[in-house]
Design a protein around this ligand. Sequence first.
Ligand code: FES
Length: 99
Amino acid sequence: MMTVCDSEDLRPGQRKLVFVDGRSIVLFNIEGTLHAIDNACPHNGASLASGQLDGCMLRCPAHGLRFDVRTGCMPGPSGLRVATFNVHAVDGKLAIDID
Ligand code: FES
């Protein structure tokens, strides 16, 4: 588990880009639930950090593929998947599970 920021830095409706263990990861607070995904679109590597959110669906700014930040999956039975990470709030800090 790697500490990435203070819990206060990620309020509901906010997102945050962090760099941890050589990776770029985007954290989201969607209505109080925390999510974290790799900041690299599995289609062609574009940064997802500025993608438009619709509920839990994040749209890649490059070519518009959509990923569910809860699972990393595209809608439908198949498709690409972006890596997701577990986020924990511990003692006022946020930490991410990195393998
Ligand atoms: S790089 Fe994300 S949709 Fe193409």
